[in-house]
Design a protein around this ligand. Structure first.
Ligand code: NAD
Length: 423
């Protein structure tokens, strides 16, 4: 396959994930010839909830946080999407992430809609008991719109299987034992084998497929990964296990580089024992900005949104970008990268391994049955590969970038479901 089309229209400056997501939506809606009425139906959130979360801290003081749950569209099934704890969380960020979930679940053809939640807290400053109280208060306040057939949260940035266990316990206390109300739980609480590594596994599968189809050798590709949490670290581990040379990694503490390849097993061990990579001496310390501009075969942003924008897109020296994070490449950056001939594999496909295995977890919970890990991994590969092939076929057929093709498939499926429901 040749490098995909570079026809993204030149953009006026657009950064910020809410604006970027809307502009991407409009481009795909234009390509589908969608009329104004349908655009309004599809881009307007179905329901938004905004709650106050007062937290009594361990030292007796009171701090008030803000929590959100946005349900973007549920025409294809119950709403589905993670919960993010981050100081920058606001309603527009959650709206953008909820819409992306709706297109993502449709693209990989899961019987779910799309939602997202978040609380504007810095989880690293909260003790475990504060985190538990905050989570329970948040769930008690948004619980009315959750449910195994209504809306099913999952982990996202700074939320862990332990936090999902508290979500389950808080919800079940009011509604009876309901393991299918949340995914990404610990395996001992009804979580699925393979869920913790699922997003990274999906990123690995998509990275190798993309390299193959672009005619770039998949023998020892040089990879750079931003973010070393659930997604970034599992991606690094799995890519390394399959022969890749990870030359740069980073987390909140900074970035680490070695042109000959980093010892990922050592980095994993270090960050497990030390909370993050701060103080790790396994590579030359560079800045997170410089990491993104390293020369490499594959650049995988796996941390925050909006990290590749019009400010730095011109300096990117990767041959391909695989979006493991949600919305890491802005609308304006897309156009610059397209002009440079750097394809971007969009988040709604590249990181869909997480929601795919969350779907398997939900199914297992409803069936009260457990699948083995090989079974989970094989089913993940089948679904994400199908999504990839459909996206590539449409990108080639219509001569559009991958992101446009992925959005077109997602939007069209959601619109079809709305029509069948009689909207
Ligand atoms: P996480 O909290 O486990 O890890 C986040 C990582 O990003 C940490 O290593 C943190 O140190 C790092 N980070 C934070 N700020 C940074 C900065 N300024 N520069 C560099 N690194 C920074 O979160 P996660 O679950 O791995 O999620 C990462 C991304 O993947 C998010 O965009 C999330 O929405 C997306 N995602 C996650 C899942 C999932 O299953 N967890 C699924 C799909 C998409």
């Amino acid at each position: 396959m040749s490098t995909p089309a570079t026809t993204t229209p030149t953009a006026a400056p657009v950064d910020g994930i809410y604006e970027s997501t809307l502009r991407q939506f409009e481009l795909a809606a234009d390509a589908l010839g969608m009329d104004e009425h349908w655009r309004t139906v599809l881009k307007t959130p179905f329901r938004e909830m905004s709650v106050q979360i007062p937290l009594r801290k361990d030292d007796g003081t009171l701090e008030v946080f803000h929590g959100y749950r946005v349900q973007h569209n549920g025409s294809r099934g119950p709403m589905k999407g993670g919960i993010r704890y981050h100081p920058h969380v606001d309603l527009n960020e959650v709206r953008a992430l909820a819409a992306l979930m709706a297109w993502k679940t449709a693209l990989v053809d899961l019987p779910f809609g799309g939602a997202k939640g978040g609380v504007n807290c810095d989880a690293s400053t909260l003790s475990p008991s504060e985190l538990q109280r905050l989570t329970r208060k948040y769930v008690s306040r948004i619980g009315l719109i959750l449910g195994p057939y209504r809306d099913i949260p999952a982990p996202d940035m700074n939320t862990t299987p332990q936090i999902m266990a508290w979500v389950l316990d808080e919800y079940s206390g009011r509604n009876g034992y309901s393991p299918a109300v949340v995914t990404g739980k610990p395996v001992s609480m009804g979580g699925s084998l393979g869920r913790e590594a699922a997003t990274g596994r999906g990123v690995m599968i998509i990275t190798f497929k993309t390299l193959e189809s672009l005619g770039i050798s998949r023998e020892h590709p040089r990879v750079v990964i931003q973010g070393f949490g659930n997604v970034g670290s599992n991606t690094a581990r799995l890519l390394t296990a399959h022969g890749s040379k990870v030359i740069g990694i980073s987390d909140i503490s900074g970035a680490y580089y070695n042109a000959s390849g980093l010892n990922i097993a050592d980095a994993l061990e270090y960050s497990k024992n030390n909370r993050d990579l701060s103080g790790w001496t396994g590579g030359d310390k560079i800045s997170n900005d410089d990491l993104l501009e390293l020369e490499c075969d594959v650049l995988i942003p796996a941390a925050l949104g909006d990290v590749i924008t019009e400010r730095n897109a011109g300096n990117i020296r990767a041959r391909v970008i695989v979006e493991a994070a949600n919305a890491p490449v802005s609308f304006g950056a897309d156009a610059i990268l397209a002009d440079k001939g750097i394809p971007v594999v969009p988040d709604i496909l590249a990181n869909s391994g997480g929601v795919i295995v969350s779907y398997f977890e939900w199914v297992q919970n409803l069936q009260q049955f457990r699948w083995d890990e090989q079974d989970v991994n094989a089913k993940l590969e089948k679904l994400i590969t199908a999504g990839y092939e459909q996206m590539v076929a449409l990108a080639q057929g219509r001569n559009v970038p991958f992101r446009m093709a992925a959005f077109m498939i997602g939007l069209k499926r959601v619109m079809e479901a709305e029509i069948m429901r009689g909207t």
